[in-house]
Design a protein around this ligand. Sequence first.
Ligand code: AMP
Ligand code: ZN
Length: 486
Amino acid sequence: MLRIYNPISRKKEEVTPGHGRTISMYACGPTVYYFAHIGNMRTYSEEDILKRVLIHNGYSVKHIMNITDVGHLVGDGNIGEDKIAMTAKKEGKDAKEIVTFYTDAFFSDLKELNILLPDKTPKATEHIKEMLTMIKNLYNKGFLYKIRTGMYFDTSKFKEYGVLTGMNFNKMNENLIAGARVKREHGIRNTTDFAVWRFLEDGNNWMVWDSEWGRGFPGWHIECSAMSMKYLGETIDIHCGGVDHIPIHHTNEIAQSEAATGKKFVTHWFHVEFLTVNGSKMSKSLGNIYTLEDIKKKGFEPVALRYFLISGHYRQKLNFTFEALESAQRTLEYIFGFVERLTSHMKFSEKSNKKFIDFATDAKSKFFKSLDDDLDMPNALSSMHLLIRDANKALDKNALSEEDIAKVLDIMLSFDEILGLGIGKKIVEEKHAPLDKEIEDLINERNALRGIKDFAGSDRIRKLLLDKYKIIVEDTSEGTKWKKAK
Ligand code: AMP
Ligand code: ZN
């Protein structure tokens, strides 16, 4: 049973579905005005771990992730230009072109990082009707007011405003005013109030729609409320995003959703801490970002980045350095090396090593127990590494039977259902990669020479296979086996 930290009760709570055996999971997706950076990818990778653990625990997961292609203003608040409109202007391109290009790039990054794709990735611009219906509902219930720049949500009217932050309405407003973090627009009633619809007369057709209050475009927060409700219902089991969404985006999503339905919006929140650089949040505005492309250009495998991103605890900051990434890549090679050793080991003990198998079974159960405890990945990984270390020692002594080795391999594959490093794929590629015809002929020829006891001839072929094709041939009691040399 998975338990995750609830930021409202500040306790770890068991995750249970609202209906049947399906968990509804909504993840705030990218604003597609630039490449996602690896900080964003930390959040999506951790959400992937959450999803994989739920699947491992026997649930099916209905996973929705929005694509923000309109409405997200520079600065996340009420002031500033739409990020996509701004990029389109700057690059002299159509907004649609920008959106298509960066959406494709985003999906390609997800795939390279072995992130299981959401069931649906709805776009904001294709759900304006649903947003306007929700706005109308809020308007009729008296939560909205109109000022020159748009339709605003009066946060003083929502009793529980700010619950996610641990602050109440007054405290949040005081803090914002004291910190002068938000410029107040003329006519705005409370500093925390936010636009659900912004007026804009001009702009190209892509960015502007008619509404009964005036022509314009939706606020960023209303997108997630409207789309999550359309696909997952009024109460969703898990809502995910980075910790930066707590004070504004998710706080406002709760206010407008619960004001509209009168029901609880989210049962479990899942917030991922920042990927940092020299202690500061990785973000485009600070100019300290790296993209997956940057990482690949430096010679790193995407899956090494994945291993690095998931190796910390999701509720703790993770500092990015190239040294740390290098160490992740080395660890990954070590893990793959171990799996390859398991698949190609040829000297077996006659009987099963019960003591070792008990230890391996225990390591497996500790791995999954750690994950069930608020996704404690550092602990889970340490169970895996202890298993690898001791299995290597046992292999050195040829102290495992063939069945024991198969069991260890099975455990590694079960770990990989969560880690998503592609261990299974690697085994299939290595074990079942079709042999070149030439190599196969040489192995057959060597077998024939051994059959007539021409050992000098068979050794010549063995040497040729190694020198020319990097193939190691070994003769075992079960016949001749081969493997690729490193
Ligand atoms: P955005 O496209 O800015 O809305 O961000 C997409 C996702 O990445 C959101 O869930 C953010 O909270 C998250 N995010 C942004 N910056 C970071 C960071 N440095 N580390 C981890 N997650 C981040
Ligand atoms: Zn969102």
